[in-house]
Design a protein around this ligand. Structure first.
Ligand code: HEM
Ligand code: HEM
Ligand SMILES: [Fe+2]
Length: 459
């Protein structure tokens, strides 16, 4: 019988299960909005569009964070080669995250929320988030610092997660001025996805590539430095692409345009890094599906974040596209391809390691990847057609907002079809997740510590 390498993997599994649940709920709210866009807003009295939207996007952020935390509970002990500092704290931290999430979602439905996109959760809950994240950081931080070895991968992951926590704070300051409020909101939203989350992404991919490709840690971690460098070089001042039209000084047009145009480089680095390592290592690990998710994440994040981000980042373009469905087009693909797929890659790697079941050889494992990705590409296409049409009719022709929404509603039929395909892919992934069973009762190996790369399977 297989055994878990570390006790903490049980918490990790619980976080991953939470991800699957919240993602499913997120998709339900996506459909509610898709139908509302088509004119079938039957749930309006109970779940108006703004509630559905806040629920959809906040569920996304919570499940992605839960996935990062689960990943950290696997990676950090494995890299530090010691058991997690406190298992009890980890369980309490998981439970409190769930409490915050549930209360926030119920709150949105009762109109208890702050009207700030992505930061809708009310202030009292923000304090709980802070306590939760501090507990999490204390736990993984102590594990790293009392561990047997410090690795670049673990330190980058810790740094990324710590910086993400710190950057949450500017979003909690209360301002009378809408301009200041907006200005600091982007410190959270932008500096997360185009800054410190990229460190988390680089580190998790590094861990996965070390395990899956068999390439030396030194080589992989050198790439990680390059990615971190490119991220900071472009992403920090790149925040300026959100300061074009919110009442901030005009110099942001130049600064934001220039630096954000460099941001795709970090994602290009991510793409080349995964492809180069997968090729060089000759895909030695038997879990090819986890490698497919990792390489897919690297390549496609360049498309969704890098390319589609660049498409509307220059002020000359953004002046027309700002706040339209073009933004939703980019938002979907970027979030899915970079951060959702990153978590899927980690889950696809971790579950067989935990349970010893080799479901990755099952046809459904590969189909889950392809069907969800083809679905998401098609969804992006539907948003793109709707978005470009919206920009043209509303901002060039000057038609009324609602008349334009009516004109583009047909494209949401396409969106629903594409989203259905995407959902089939996700359902396959979740079915497999369930089939892996739950490793909560499994024994834990007596002697932690493993060589970096998995053994080469016999030919
Ligand atoms: C599968 C079913 C899904 C459907 C039908 C759907 C549909 C929608 C719709 C209609 C909106 C609102 C657009 C508007 O403002 O009018 C929206 C917003 C959003 N969704 Fe989804 N979605 C789905 C899944 C996802 C997934 C899997 C992700 C991320 C991985 C995601 C990320 C987002 C984001 C980030 C926004 C906010 C976009 C913005 O800032 O403009 N959605 N979604
Ligand atoms: C994985 C990384 C990324 C994710 C998850 C992401 C996601 C998003 C989301 C959700 C929004 C809507 C935010 C809001 O209105 O509150 C947004 C806006 C934007 N993103 Fe990204 N993005 C990423 C990377 C990039 C990159 C690399 C660029 C530029 C090269 C970029 C350019 C933009 C621009 C210009 C906007 C503003 C759109 C507007 O004016 O309405 N993004 N992004
Ligand atoms: Fe940004």
């Amino acid at each position: 019988m297989t055994s878990l390498r570390y006790q903490s993997w049980k918490v990790a599994w619980t976080f991953f299960a939470t991800c699957m649940l919240l993602l499913s709920l997120q998709i339900v709210y996506g459909f509610i909005m898709g139908f509302a866009h088509m004119g079938y807003d039957v749930l309006h009295d109970f779940i108006p569009f703004n509630t559905a939207r806040a629920t959809h996007t906040n569920l996304l952020v919570v499940w992605l964070l839960a996935g990062f935390m689960g990943s950290a509970y696997i990676i950090i002990p494995d890299e530090a080669q010691r058991e997690l500092w406190s298992m009890k704290l980890a369980w309490v931290q998981w439970a409190s995250l769930v409490v915050v999430g549930v209360v926030a979602i119920i709150g949105f439905h009762l109109n208890w929320w702050e009207g700030r996109k992505f930061l809708e959760i009310p202030r009292p809950l923000d304090y709980l988030v802070v306590v939760n994240v501090l507990a999490f950081l204390l736990n993984i931080g102590m594990t790293v610092f009392t561990g047997k070895r410090y690795t670049t991968t673990a330190l980058t992951l810790l740094a990324g997660l710590t910086a993400a926590a710190l950057l949450y704070l500017p979003g909690m300051i209360t301002f009378d001025s809408q301009v200041y409020d907006s200005y600091f909101r982007w410190w959270v939203v932008h500096l997360w996805v185009e800054g410190v989350w990229e460190l988390v992404m680089g580190a998790i991919l590094s861990y996965l590539l070390i395990k899956l490709s068999g390439v030396d840690r030194e080589v992989i971690e050198k790439w990680l430095y390059v990615i971190v460098g490119l991220t900071f070089l472009s992403g920090i001042l790149g925040t300026g692409h959100h300061y074009y039209w919110i009442g901030t000084p005009e110099y942001w047009l130049m600064i934001g345009g220039f630096f954000s145009a460099l941001e795709p480089l970090a994602f290009l680095g991510m793409a080349l890094y995964t492809v180069a390592m997968a090729r060089r290592g000759g895909r030695r690990h038997p879990n090819k599906v986890a490698l497919t998710w990792s390489v897919g994440c690297g390549i496609m994040s360049f498309v969704g974040a890098g390319f589609l981000g660049f498409a509307h980042t220059l002020p000359q373009v953004n002046v027309w596209t700002h706040g339209t469905l073009v933004t939703a087009m980019h938002g979907h693909m970027a979030f899915w391809e970079a951060y959702a797929m990153l978590n899927f890659a980690m889950i696809a790697y971790a579950l067989p390691e935990m349970t010893g079941r080799k479901l990755y050889t099952h046809w459904m494992a590969e189909w889950a990847f392809w069907v969800s990705n083809i679905g998401m590409v098609a969804m992006t296409g539907a948003f793109a057609v709707a978005g470009v049409t919206q920009v043209y009719l509303e901002r060039r022709v000057g038609m009324d907002f609602l008349a334009v929404q009516d004109a583009v509603s047909i494209h949401f039929f396409g969106l629903i079809l594409a989203a259905s395909l995407f959902t089939v892919g996700i359902a396959m992934f979740i079915v497999q997740f369930i089939q892996y069973g739950h490793p909560l009762k499994m024994p834990v190996a007596a002697q932690p510590g493993e060589p970096d790369a998995a053994p080469v399977p016999a030919k």
